[in-house]
Write a protein that binds this ligand. Structure first.
Ligand code: GLU
Length: 509
């Protein structure tokens, strides 16, 4: 019987979630939804030394913002919980016991000093089938000695017993079959009595099994751990339900080789985290996509294409379309280069797709910052006229401030070029023409003003540019009559009057 697809994203809360981790989670989401399955968030917090307060909340908030809902998670719960490994101590204890019982793991009592001495004595020392015979563990010590050590409270670790010279095959959907000989593996610690906690490997495998995970989709940095995980599955006798492995290619820095790091982001001026993160100890702030003005849909779309391609020219995908189109066959084996310009391009595209009233809502804080209070409907109309010129909502102010405040200065270069001695008279005449217009719509103004220019044989470019200079303060902005129609007749005329008074006619004229 085929099993219901269940995937998990299993971050360790050791700091803010890197954008590469977000991509891993996204691919998990896309695949599980395409298969009609479940997407699970599991927090791998067994390493208390690396635990960072606030990191789990950050992860949850990031996925809420991105719009990638989990079916089961620490906050949502689910029938396979708890979903925080620190709350599953007893479960791991039981399974470690099982391995000790069936002889596929053993207890080791070597102190850190003893291990260090060995490491100094033997170059490249690894605890394995050969060396374990010379160490203090439950394989070498008599049973009574082991019992005594445990009885008197001596701390120990449990190690997995790797048998040498056995080929271990990891089946990976992107990489194919990866075969590793067990002789290269060491007897990894899977449990520590001191804190009664398993290590990552054991907890990860036990949980994937108990949570009925069918596909382990994770970053390629975990590929070296996969043979050990396969070995653990075998040791438990869980081969039949071993998940399918999928190791995703790295996200590479924009130039050169190597993994995309926070340093690259800082150097080149782009975020490598979904949300801003403030380090509680150092106070250092790392920028986030959200705070930098990215729309979550743009981030999702952009990340989906870093390592996967649809095999067509299509670049803009809704989440729903991504779910339908996604496949591991079209994921590349080699790393995906991060392209920050492309990220901006996606944001631009998504701004165009976002309804103007929603953008107006997002633009509100910028307006407030500039002491503007204005009806939302007007703001939305303004945005509709200028949004094609911006990549970010915050850039709207630079493109549209003149819709909210009359110019206080006039671009000198343009004045010099355009403001002739006849300009004040022409613009005064224009004022009377505009005054006569009842229907101040863009089309109607345009018709009337063009007629006036033609009848008088005025130079079209010059009249329109000085009109624009008077209203905008610069020779920029959307269609002139769209601007005047929106700010209204009175305001347009007021600005013309002010400019006639204030702009000096160039000397050379
Ligand atoms: N806790 C590991 C991490 O931080 C999980 C790796 C995996 O998905 O197996 O990425």
């Amino acid at each position: 019987m085929s099993r219901r697809t269940r995937v998990r994203f299993a971050p360790s809360p050791t700091g803010p979630l890197h954008i590469g981790g977000v991509r891993t989670a996204l691919y998990n989401y896309l695949f599980s939804k395409q298969q009609g399955g479940d997407f699970i968030l599991r927090i791998e917090d067994t390493d208390s030394a690396r635990f960072v307060p606030g990191a789990e909340e950050y992860i949850q908030e990031a996925f809420d913002w991105l719009g990638l809902p989990y079916d089961e998670s620490p906050s949502k719960g689910g029938k396979f919980g708890p979903y925080r490994q620190s709350e599953r101590k007893d479960i791991y204890k039981k399974y470690v016991g099982q391995l000790l019982e069936n002889g596929t793991a053993y207890m080791a009592f070597d102190t850190p000093e003893e291990l260090n001495a060995k490491r100094n004595e033997t170059p490249n020392f690894q605890y394995d089938a050969t060396t374990r015979l010379h160490m203090r563990n439950s394989l070498t010590l008599p049973a009574e000695a082991v019992e005594e050590l445990i009885g008197n409270g001596t701390q120990y670790v449990v190690r997995i017993k790797i048998e040498p010279r056995i080929d271990i095959t990891v089946n990976d959907l992107i990489r194919g079959e990866v075969v590793i000989n067990s002789s290269v593996l060491d007897d990894k610690v899977i449990y520590k009595s001191a804190d009664e906690l398993p290590t990552y490997h054991l907890a990860n495998v036990v949980d994937d099994h108990l949570m009925e995970i069918t596909h382990v989709i994770r970053g390629e940095e975990w590929l070296p751990s996969a043979p050990l995980h396969v070995w653990l599955y075998r040791s438990f006798g869980w081969e039949d339900t071993m998940p399918q492995f999928v190791h995703l290619p790295l996200l590479l820095k924009p130039e050169g080789n190597g993994k995309l790091s926070k340093r690259d982001g800082d150097r080149l001026g782009f975020p490598v985290f979904p949300l801003e993160w403030k380090d509680r100890q150092s106070g250092e702030v790392s920028s986030g996509y959200r705070e930098s003005g990215y729309l979550p849909q743009a981030v999702v779309n952009f990340l989906a294409l870093l390592g996967w391609n649809p095999g067509t020219e299509q670049e803009i995908f809704s989440l729903y379309e991504l779910v339908n189109a996604f496949s591991f066959d079209r994921c590349s084996k080699s790393g995906a280069k991060f392209d920050f310009e492309k990220a901006k391009w996606f944001n631009h595209k998504y701004i165009q797709k976002t309804p103007d009233d929603i953008l107006a809502e997002m633009f509100k804080p910028v307006l407030t910052e500039n002491n503007i209070s204005c009806g939302q409907e007007y703001v939305a109309k303004v945005i509709g006229l200028v949004k094609e010129r911006v990549n970010f909502v915050k850039e709207l102010w630079g493109q549209a401030s003149f819709f909210f405040i009359a110019p206080t200065s006039y671009d000198e270069k343009a004045v010099k070029k355009r403001w002739k001695k006849e300009t004040p008279a022409q613009l005064t005449e224009l004022i009377s023409v505009l005054q006569e217009i009842d229907d101040f719509s863009s089309e109607n103004q345009e018709k009337t003003v063009m007629q006036w220019i033609e009848t008088n044989n005025y130079p079209l470019g010059n009249v329109m540019n000085t009109f624009r200079l008077a209203v905008v303060g610069e020779c920029k902005g959307p269609h002139m009559f769209d601007i005047s129609a929106l700010i209204g007749k009175q305001e347009t005329i007021g600005r013309l009057r002010k400019a006639i008074q204030e702009v000096p006619v160039a000397e050379s004229d």
